[in-house]
Design a protein around this ligand. Structure first.
Ligand code: AN7
Length: 380
């Protein structure tokens, strides 16, 4: 029996195939990733009292709960079609969860290197149950990344970190979706910056939809593939890119690599970003900025999104909204602007951090109507 022919969404490669470097005959490895909601944050904007529209691109709605699936469908499709037996990545958690899932789907092995004790439990659970070989090191993400770059020469594994250009190609589709949903480009786009793959990918996507060529370095560093597509522009402008980092893991703000990055937002506990040049290109070309937030501000933003908008994202993701709200308050954003912000990963990835910062705990009540009624009346 063949596939049913309905309107089932079947992933971002199918949707944006003409803009992605995928061979016609390739077997696509997909979990129907992408097509994530773009949610207007009117409660938050109402409180701030500016005439500004703010939207969250909720990437926690991807199959493994983070934006990494966009890049992984591309990278693993390519690896599997090249005949790779195994993939490898270093990860602060989400990349490992996504690599494990797509490797399972492709029927190949995934090796993931993680910093011992420094990844959220949900992400570790995902990597393990999806059959990845988890290698934990006494070192941070940057140490793991260096090993991964060296190992590919001496062992039969394909790197699926974002130094693999197919990753960024997949991730650029988030920009396409934002523009398709708004019918225009946003004026500003805010996102967290760790290894800096995503900011580079978003910039590439925004530029491509406006038929502006990303800076030459971007193309050259992409190297392995001829990414020079020619399209009619979909829109005529690109957003200002606003990248936010944790205060003690902020190499782009310091303008130099950081040896011992530290933050509660473990996803972005990264001191030596691989996509350094691309991210600076996004910054310079868009007229954007980098800034950092304290762990306290990050957690405040996470709680704010959950309490006021019903959006539960992980701490690293909340930094985009926390950062842009602070910049709105500081008057950096003109009234009338349309802003989009990426919430990169789901809050369920890291329930420990969420529970620890909740001001209330469950109320113990007796199992009868009277007790519950009293609890309701006391708390209305
Ligand atoms: C939720 O999983 O680097 O700047 O190894 O998980 O593209 O690195 C994760 C990064 C933001 C930063 N938000 O994106 C990994 C990893 C979340 C993340 C980032 C990550 P990049």
């Amino acid at each position: 029996m063949g596939d049913l022919e309905g309107f089932r969404y079947s992933g971002l490669i199918e949707r944006y195939r003409d803009r992605l470097p995928v061979d016609k005959d390739s077997k696509i490895i997909s979990l129907s990733e992408g097509d994530t909601p773009l949610i207007r944050l009117d409660n938050l904007m109402g409180e701030i009292g500016h005439d500004i529209q703010l939207y969250a691109k909720f990437e926690g709605a991807n199959p493994t709960g983070s934006f990494k699936d966009r890049g992984m469908t591309m990278a693993v499709t390519q690896a599997a079609n090249e005949g790779a037996q195994a993939i490898i990545c270093a990860s602060t958690g989400n990349t490992s969860a996504s690599a494990a899932a797509y490797a399972a789907r492709a029927g190949i092995k995934a090796f993931v290197i993680i910093p011992e004790g420094k990844i959220a439990l949900g992400k570790l659970a995902q990597a393990m149950i999806q059959g990845a070989i988890v290698l934990q090191i006494e070192g941070n993400f940057d140490d793991g990344m260096q090993i991964v770059k060296d190992i590919a020469d001496v062992a039969p594994v394909k790197i699926v970190n974002s130094v693999n250009p197919y990753r960024l190609q997949g991730q650029k589709t988030a920009s396409f979706e934002i523009i398709d949903a708004l019918g225009r480009a946003p004026d500003y786009h805010a996102l967290p910056v760790g290894n800096a793959g995503n900011i580079s990918a978003y910039w590439a996507g925004f530029c491509e939809y406006a038929a502006k060529q990303p800076v030459q370095e971007y193309r050259r560093a992409g190297e392995s593939e001829p990414f020079a597509y020619k399209f009619a522009p979909v829109v005529d402008s690109v957003p200002v890119i606003c990248g936010y980092q944790a205060e003690l893991a902020n190499p782009f703000v310091q303008r130099e690599m950081i040896v011992e990055p530290e933050t509660i937002a473990t996803a972005i506990r990264i001191g030596r970003p691989q996509s350094w040049e691309f991210a600076w290109a996004a910054h310079d070309e868009s007229g954007g900025w980098f800034d950092s937030l304290s762990d306290h501000e990050i957690l405040q933003a996470q709680a704010l999104l959950a309490e006021r908008e019903g959006l539960f994202c992980e701490p690293a993701s909340a930094i985009s909204v926390g950062g842009i709200l602070r910049d709105i308050r500081r008057g950096k954003i003109a009234d009338g602007s349309v802003i989009t912000a990426t919430l990169t990963g789901h809050g369920l990835k890291d329930p420990d951090t969420a529970i620890q910062q909740c001001k209330t705990s469950p109320l113990s009540v007796s199992a009868n109507v009277d007790s519950v009624k009293r609890a309701i009346l006391d708390n209305l």
